[in-house]
Design a protein around this ligand. Structure first.
Ligand code: F6P
Length: 541
């Protein structure tokens, strides 16, 4: 049932009305158990949700909403490999990429541990959830996953041992860039000595040119990362990289270029013979666990990459089996729905208090906004309620000296999500205590505020935040953190009834860019609107 037609939705609307006078300070004063009740541990991560505009009654109603919108059935359909990406007719199985190989010999392990009866959904009527054929297909898919993973990790180790390769250049964009780039940065302390990593994504030639100027062909490995192997930016950069390589006297393309793609034929057509494949059931923004993760595997080694997968798998298991009231991605995803649809908070800010996590906000932008930035339901019907919030952020403490002013004293309430790490990997005195103190103090200041009625120093306080705390930043804890965010996006998307796994909204601009490019060359402005025609004339002048 569509979420806004459920009884829980109506009850939440009434509850939200009553909630207008909610004050975090009084909530804590009235309820000594609030911090404990609205906090929880999940594998590798502690989450304090208690400084949010929520209470037990809100959570209970949100759980009813989850139940009335079929969240667990949708989740289980994903984990059974049903084609829940209905507009592309595809299964959604990035979780299979982190499933241990041992489950291949135990087909039952591939089934969700939930006992909910399978439901036949309007958007996935073709696959019987309990069909033995489906199980056999999953077992076969898992075997392929591990064959590819083993080959890719062996290759990663070979490159790590190859002293002649000093520079690895990943050419890809969107999901073929943000995930590996974020993870290589996050795990920089584990990166093999003697190897430098570069990420080129933009069609803007300044980016590739700036990287190439410091490279030598014989020391460089180019990874051409593209699920489709058709993306304009990536293909343009790949062609330029190949031309540069040949112009530098490079000969051995097989040794210096590898492709990471589902389109093995297109990679071969390009002239690349070293290819690691993946499958159409891996969405671009969910692909860092696949061959797209090769730069990460080269950076941190095969064992590290397996730990990353293991961390994500631990979160998959938590998502599948923890009771909903203690299921962290479920709680976060439902909180997102509460904020977006009932309290009217239209954005969420991310503050990683760890500089190695500095690309996490960019990564999460694609994850949330490309997945849930949809205005229609799975059947294409327009929705009367809001979906994806705007995500944005920078590492702390930098953000504190830039836009936190608005978070504390602006006219809009923006929930803030802190991501902090208990143990540092450096030994510099004082820094880490200061960093953590700032993170905790900011959450406190947002909530407590400060009295200066009528004055510029008045902080209303009562500003919501979530605090995620990792013990340390390791491949496993990073895997947990990212899988947590993936599943949280799944939860809100499922409640909203949208397909979180397509991205038709990026297509129109691609088509128009081809047309405008031809017009930049020809100067033909016929049929264009006046503004576009004037811009065309200016760039040609
Ligand atoms: O244009 C959007 C998009 O399709 C993303 O979803 C994807 O991650 C990115 O482009 C790159 O696509 P590809 O990996 O096929 O080059």
């Amino acid at each position: 049932m569509r979420c806004d037609q459920t009884l829980a939705w109506q009850a939440l609307q009434v509850h939200a009305d009553k909630f207008k006078g909610f004050d975090l300070r009084s909530a804590f004063a009235d309820d000594p158990d609030r911090a404990a009740d609205l906090s929880q541990s999940a594998p590798h991560v502690f989450a304090d949700l208690s400084k949010n505009h929520t209470d037990r009654a809100t959570e209970a109603l949100l759980l009813e909403l989850a139940q009335q919108t079929g969240l667990t059935q949708h989740r289980d359909a994903m984990f059974r490999g049903e084609p829940i990406n209905n507009t592309e007719g595809r299964a959604v199985m990035h979780w299979l990429l982190r499933q241990p190989s041992s489950s291949a010999s135990d087909p039952a392990a591939l089934q969700t541990v939930q006992a909910d009866p399978p439901t036949v959904r309007a958007d996935s009527p073709t696959v019987r959830a309990d069909s033995p054929t489906v199980r056999a297909e999953l077992v076969e898919a898992l075997a392929q996953v591990h064959t590819t993973l083993d080959a890719m990790l062996a290759y990663a180790e070979q490159i790590r041992a190859d002293a002649q390769i000093t520079d690895v250049v990943n050419i890809g964009i969107g999901g073929s860039d943000l995930g590996p780039q974020m993870a290589v940065l996050a795990l920089q302390d584990l990166v093999a000595p003697g190897k430098r990593f570069h990420f080129v994504s933009n069609v803007d030639g300044h980016e590739l040119a700036a990287v190439l100027k410091d490279l030598r062909a014989k020391n460089t490995l180019f990874l051409i990362a593209s699920k489709t192997f058709t993306t304009l930016e990536t293909m343009t950069n790949a062609h330029s990289a190949l031309a540069w390589f040949k112009a530098q006297g490079g000969i051995d393309v097989a040794r210096h270029f590898a492709a990471l793609t589902t389109n093995v034929a297109a990679a071969a057509g390009f002239g690349i013979t070293t290819t690691f494949g993946f499958w159409d059931w891996v969405g671009g923004r969910y692909s860092m666990w696949s061959a797209i993760g090769l730069p990460v595997a080269i950076a941190i080694g095969a064992a590290g990459f397996r730990q990353l997968l293991a961390g994500a798998h631990a979160m998959d298991q938590h998502f599948q089996s923890a009771p909903l009231a203690q299921n962290l991605p479920v709680r976060l995803g439902l909180l997102d729905v509460w904020y977006r649809n009932f309290l009217g908070y239209t954005s969420r800010s991310i503050a990683p208090y760890h500089s190695a996590l500095r690309r996490v906000p960019a990564y999460l932008q694609q994850l949330e906004m490309e997945s849930n930035g949809k205005r229609v339901d799975r059947n294409g019907n327009a929705l009367p309620y809001g979906t994806a919030p705007v995500l944005w952020g920078e590492p702390g403490t930098n953000g504190q000296h830039a836009y936190f002013q608005m978070l504390h004293q602006g006219t809009d309430v923006v929930p803030l999500e802190f991501i902090a790490v208990k143990k540092p990997t450096h030994r510099l005195k004082d820094h880490h205590e200061l960093l953590l103190a700032n993170a905790i103090a900011q959450a406190q200041a947002l909530m407590l505020g400060q009295q200066d009625p009528g004055g510029h120093k008045h902080f209303t306080g009562n500003r919501p935040s979530t605090f995620l705390l990792l013990d340390e930043l390791t491949p496993a804890s990073l895997g947990v953190l990212i899988a947590l965010q993936e599943h949280r996006v799944f939860v809100s998307g499922a409640v909203w009834g949208i397909n979180s796994f397509d991205q038709w909204g990026v297509e129109l601009g691609k088509v128009l860019a081809r047309d405008i490019r031809a017009r930049i060359v020809s100067g033909d402005a016929r049929g264009l609107d006046a503004s576009t025609a004037a811009l065309l004339a200016r760039v040609r002048a």
